[in-house]
Structure formats: structure tokens, C-alpha cells
Write a protein that binds this ligand. Structure first.
Ligand code: ZN
Length: 468
């Protein structure tokens, strides 16, 4: 029994792990790699041979860095099933189509830009909408806690990961040569008390191996409850200066949390009237998926829904679909909040809003999500004096506020609690989905508590069971 770590190994994107078993090979997640353009193109265009050769796949959640390469996988000939929760399947329907559209636009842009260069070979989108449809045909929806058999002799169960709608941990029981190995993939783990979602389930029973995320292995977040206070303060301060609040936010998860938090503030009379624009067609579609899947909501959100009849809407909220309406936001005068994608400010409509607003000291750029290295979002979060937007340097004169209370990822203390719940019987914890510094910090903290933790490199293969 072997495990191969083929992505999100000592980095945070491109999640991809393959278990090679006697019964066949099982792929866990098949995510897009996000980072420097040329490297991203290369890694996303051609998947590792072991990934293409998988017999079945299980998807932990819909974020594109976990799901974004599934159409490429199916295009390369993968004929197995892709198991995931019903909400994740519905989210992927929108997100993967959106990804295909972005690639088409990207390819067209590059082909135009380098049209005069004789050495330039025209770029094709990595996949197109028809590949997305073929991938969606391979999906099998399985609710939480219902066991299924992705390969003969392998039983799988999805547990709530509390990270985004439909997110799952994957528990596997692998029977081989008269022995049963229990293995848990945490997927991306949420936090206790996050709005909308239930808390991540803590594992129980003996576990032999745990593949655990480590994004914030070196940090403790501000409490979730502080989120509304932070939001109120930032909006009030910016309004007092006559400025706008610009928020790059992931279309899935973060945007819905913001809608819900703002609904609560408005209903409680804590915010003066201010127009809030949600400028992202994908976020609007995804919000519909959230409405459809109230079975994933926690008790508080169900109660709010019951009392107010609506979780995702409030007086002053405007949802912008058409690009004409989006362009009209450029002419907005006076205080406003604009929430737009992409979440790391790498593409999409948020770039227009940033270009128009970063140089005005009355405005605030509000950072509410994780920003990977080499992204514009990271440079804004680091408050660089100058930032490049579409190749043009701009002075960063707007205020920048970084709120960690919004994080949808477990922090160091949550991860240590999770490790404790997995128990001392765990032979090895493999840390994935983290940059080297947080991983080192987490390994040190785990080692101190007697856990065997290790962060594999990308491409590394580990033989399991040899330590018996
Ligand atoms: Zn995620």
C-alpha cells in the first residue's frame, strides 16, 4: 500500500494524492495549481501519470484548488467515478464551468498579446465546457455518513469538514491481506463556530494514518465571533472618510459569509444605510446553491432562516450580474461596499475595482481570505507601497485591513485538537496543504505532544505499513 503526494505538498494549491492499493488506485482530490503563470500552465495542462491512471476518485470539496483539474482528468481518459457530497457536486457544476470560461478568456488574451511574436505558439484552454460536462457525468453524490465502496475492499465515509458548503473529510477502511487499515484525509478543515456551517466533526475510533491540512499551522486566528465587530468597524471608519470598502472574496464560502454577516448587522441596526454590491455572477449562482442546501446549515443559521425567511439578502444589497452594471460601479461616488472575485485578486472583476480604488486614501481594501504567494492579494495584504495591476504600477494609498476572524481554515490550536482526537494510535500524520514555515511550526508542536508528523515533498511516495 503506497501513497503518492502529487500536489499541495509543501504548498497550498493543486491538491492531489493517490493511494495505490491491491484493488486499484484511488485519487483524493484533483485540484488546480495556482501560482506563477508559466508553472501553473505546465502543471495544470498535464497531470502526473499516476493521477491519470487512477481507478476512482473522491473529492473533498468544491474549491478549485481541490476540484479544478477533474475535467482535465476525464479528458485524459479517466473512466472511473468521482464521489463527493451532493452540495459539492452542485457547486462544481458552476465552479468548473466558470473555470472553463476563465481559461478561454485567458487563452484569447495571450493569443492576442503575442500575436506578432513569430516564436509564439497559440495557447489553447486547458479544458472547455464540454470537458466539464463529461466530468460532471462521472460524479456520484453521497451524503455525509453514508458508506460506499470506491474500490473492492475499500469502504469510504464522508464526514463534515465545516470548511465550505458540502466540504468533507474522507475516512477510508482498507482491507488488504487480512488486515484493515483506517486512514483519514482531513480535506480542508473549518473552525468551530463559523457562520452558516456546522462545526468540523472530530474523528473517533482507531486511525492508522491521517493526511491533515496545515495551512495555518503557525497561527492562531482572532475568534470567529469578532467577525461582525471587525466588519462593522471597518465599514464605519471608511464611511466616515467618505471612502469605499473593496473586498476581494472567494465566490464560494466567503461571499456567502459576508452576505450573512452583513444581513445580521443590518437587521440589528448596527450599520448606517450603505449600498453593498456583490459583483460576481459566479457568487450569485453559488448563493443559489447555498439556498438549495440548507441541510448543510448549522442550528443558528436554520433559526435565522426560519425567523427572517432569507439568509442571503438584506436592504441595501445589490447583486450584479451583467458586465455593463459592473462597469457602471466605476462611476460610484460616496461610500459603498464592493465585494467581488477572484478571492486572491488574480483575475476577474475585482481587478477593475482595485485599479479604480487603490490610489485613494479614503478607501479601504479589506482582506478576509488566505492569499497565496505571488498573488496580488498577498502583495496588498503585505501593504507593499506599489502594486502592479494589469502590468501597470499603482501607488497603494488606500488603507488595508487584514481580518483573520473570517478564516475558514482551522488554526494551529484547532489542528492540534484535531490531532488529539485522531489519537495516539495514529502511526503517522502527513501534513499537506501548507507552506513550509507553518508546517515546520506545526511539526514541532505535534512532536512535542508525541505525534509522528511529517510534511512530504511533491512527487514523494511513501510505503504504508512498513513501520508495523
Ligand atoms: Zn478549501
Amino acid at each position: 500500500m503506497k501513497i503518492k503526494f502529487l500536489g499541495a505538498a509543501q504548498e497550498v494549491t493543486g491538491s492531489m494524492h493517490v493511494l495505490e492499493l491491491e484493488a486499484g488506485s484511488l485519487l483524493i482530490d484533483c485540484g488546480f495549481y495556482q501560482g506563477r503563470r508559466a508553472e501553473a500552465r505546465e502543471r495544470n495542462q498535464e497531470l502526473p501519470g499516476e493521477v491519470e491512471a487512477a481507478d476512482a476518485a473522491i473529492l473533498s470539496h468544491a474549491h478549485i484548488d481541490h476540484s479544478g483539474s477533474l475535467p482535465t482528468l476525464v479528458k485524459s481518459g479517466f473512466a472511473g467515478r468521482i464521489y463527493t457530497t451532493p452540495a459539492t457536486r452542485d457547486l462544481c457544476d458552476y465552479m468548473l464551468r466558470d473555470s472553463a470560461r476563465i481559461q478561454k478568456a485567458d487563452a484569447a488574451y495571450l493569443n492576442r498579446k503575442f500575436a506578432e511574436d513569430p516564436d509564439f505558439e497559440p495557447v489553447l484552454p486547458i479544458y472547455e465546457e464540454q470537458d466539464v460536462e463529461r466530468a460532471l457525468d462521472r460524479f456520484v453524490s453521497v451524503p455525509y455518513h453514508q458508506t460506499f465502496e470506491p474500490l473492492p475492499g475499500v469502504t469510504a465515509t464522508l464526514l463534515d469538514a465545516g470548511h465550505i458548503l458540502g466540504s468533507a473529510q474522507i475516512l477510508l477502511e482498507i482491507r488488504e491481506r487480512g488486515q484493515t487499515t483506517r486512514m483519514l484525509f482531513s480535506g480542508d478543515l473549518g473552525r468551530k463556530g463559523l457562520p452558516i456551517l456546522r462545526d468540523p466533526e472530530l474523528p473517533s475510533g482507531r486511525l492508522d494514518y491521517v493526511v491533515m491540512e496545515s495551512t495555518y499551522g503557525d497561527r492562531v486566528h482572532d475568534p470567529v465571533g469578532q467577525m461582525r465587530d471587525d466588519l462593522e468597524r471597518v465599514i464605519r471608519d471608511t464611511m466616515a472618510r467618505g471612502g469605499k470598502v473593496i473586498v476581494p472574496a472567494f465566490a464560494v464560502g466567503r461571499t456567502q459569509e459576508l452576505i450573512y454577516a452583513l444581513s445580521e448587522l443590518v437587521r440589528a441596526g448596527r450599520l448606517p444605510p450603505v449600498p453593498v454590491y456583490f459583483d460576481s455572477p459566479l457568487a450569485i449562482d453559488v448563493t443559489e446553491v447555498f439556498r438549495r442546501h440548507s441541510e448543510c446549515f448549522d442550528v443558528e443559521t436554520r433559526a435565522f432562516l426560519h425567523d427572517n425567511g432569507e439568509v442571503f439578502g438584506f436592504a441595501g444589497a445589490h447583486f450584479i450580474s451583467s458586465s455593463e452594471e459592473s462597469i457602471r460601479l466605476n462611476e460610484l461616488r460616496g461610500p459603498a461596499v464592493i465585494i467581488s472575485a477572484s478571492g486572491m485578486a488574480e483575475a476577474g472583476r475585482i481587478l477593475h475595482h482595485l485599479r479604480n480604488n487603490v490610489e485613494d486614501p479614503r478607501n479601504t481594501i479589506l482582506i478576509v481570505g488566505f492569499m497565496a504567494q505571488h498573488t496580488l492579494g498577498r502583495r496588498l495584504a503585505e501593504r507593499r507601497p506599489k502594486v502592479k495591476i494589469w502590468g501597470v504600477e499603482r501607488e497603494l494609498r488606500a488603507h488595508v485591513e487584514v481580518l483573520s476572524s473570517f478564516s475558514a481554515h482551522a488554526d494551529r490550536d484547532d489542528l492540534l485538537r484535531y490531532a488529539e482526537a485522531c489519537g495516539a494510535s495514529t502511526r503517522r500524520f502527513f501534513l499537506v496543504h501548507g507552506e513550509p514555515a507553518p508546517q515546520h511550526a506545526l511539526i514541532a508542536a505535534m512532536t512535542q505532544r508525541g505525534f509522528a508528523a511529517y510534511a512530504p515533498e511533491r512527487g514523494e511516495t511513501v510505503e504504508l505499513g512498513s513501520e508495523r
